[in-house]
Ligand binder design. Structure first.
Ligand code: AVI
Length: 359
């Protein structure tokens, strides 16, 4: 294989607290938005804190140069990928979304009581911002909503829709790669409390050591009085898990393959999508789903001036999705300085929603 570009050593923790680019979008008048009917008075200020395209490119190059090739799962979510993911969330086999939503709906009053009045809500990976509405409908005078997402267009659309539906709420979207350390702008200093929201069991898409680092950063952001409301998928019958990630309509397969189309458009690589197949399997020992794309032939893929050789049958790891048991997650949270204040599950114990506070 040819030489791989090395990434400049960037100390991300010490990056200045800057917005790399910051823009104000007034209502729907901006050309960059293809937005449908929404009140023309909603003003949304979007903070953009990267990531820089070069950082992502380096991550892709590094992943493909590993002996066991991988791509970062955050690259699933271009416009088409986000739409496919929304479709996955409605599938019968994908129990996660409906189970979490039901848990939140059934316990919304208690959750809102625990969070308290005038809180600033910071949602990591806000996507279509749908589950936050359950909280916003029950919270007492929420102070502000800060959705954080990598996908700028979806972030703007969802933030604008939330601002229109909750006109008294300050909506302050932040475009950032929350899987990496970043220095957020000073967030809601005058709120009664900062509460992070991380639904969907997206925590499962971090490797275990990364999950601990992420939780620690959240703990720092929300501070001593703050909290984290998080969705955590639980260990269960492997048959159910297998079905959830190998749906009969093939949407997950399309979602998985779309990462290659996204990498092609964004970085100019030449992956041929018909030369790869979706595979998802549950590794019971590691307690995680692994999604791969399997090369269907011996082939070369080019990105910049680097050629990557793939053998027939060789996998590219595109995602891990850890499933936890309750004790294991409590220990992980503890290591990050958080304690489980209260948790809710469904009657079949498929999924949990947990409220963590600083210890
Ligand atoms: C976003 N994340 C929690 C999903 C999951 O279940 O790990 C992504 C996904 N991958 C395949 N289907 C859904």
């Amino acid at each position: 294989m040819s030489a791989v570009h090395s990434s400049p050593a960037v100390d991300r923790e010490r990056r200045p607290a800057y917005p790399v680019d910051s823009r104000v979008i007034l209502g729907w008048k901006s050309n960059s938005l293809r937005a449908p009917a929404a009140p023309p008075f909603a003003a949304i200020h979007l903070e953009v804190m990267g990531p820089q395209l070069d950082d992502l490119r380096d991550e892709v190059l590094r992943g493909l140069a590993k002996p066991a090739k991988e791509l970062p799962c955050k690259l699933f979510y271009d416009q088409r990928g986000s739409a496919l993911f929304d479709q996955i969330c409605t599938l019968d086999e994908y129990y996660l979304t409906r189970t979490e939503t039901a848990i939140m709906q059934q316990n919304a009053v208690e959750i809102a009581d625990l969070i308290g009045a005038r809180c600033a809500l910071i949602e990591y990976g806000s996507g279509s911002s749908s589950k936050i509405r359950i909280l916003l409908d029950h919270l007492r005078e929420p102070h502000s909503y800060i959705p954080i997402d990598l996908s700028k267009d979806q972030l703007l659309q969802s933030a604008t829709a939330i601002a229109a539906a909750y006109p008294r709420l300050k909506v302050l979207p932040l475009c950032a790669d929350y899987t990496q350390p970043f220095v957020p702008p000073s967030i809601a200093e005058d709120a009664a409390r900062r509460v992070a929201f991380f639904p969907g069991s997206t925590i499962g898409n971090f490797h275990l050591h990364e999950a601990e680092g992420f939780l620690r950063r959240v703990r720092e952001l929300v501070g001593r009085e703050g909290g984290l409301l998080i969705g955590v998928d639980l260990k269960k019958d492997p048959g159910l898990l297998h079905a959830a990630y190998n749906d009969s309509a093939g949407i997950t397969a399309e979602f998985n393959l779309n990462i290659l189309a996204h990498v092609n458009t964004r970085f100019g690589s030449d992956f041929h999508l018909d030369q790869f197949a979706h595979r998802a399997l549950y590794d019971e020992q590691l307690g995680r789903i692994e999604m791969h794309l399997i090369s269907l032939s011996d082939q070369l893929v080019q990105l910049d001036d680097t050629k990557f050789a793939l053998e027939a049958g060789e996998p590219i790891l595109t995602e891990v999705s850890y499933k936890y048991d309750l004790d294991q997650f409590a220990t992980l949270a503890e290591q990050a300085g958080l304690g489980v204040r209260r948790l809710w599950t469904d009657s079949a114990q498929l999924f949990s929603v947990q409220y963590l506070v600083a210890r």
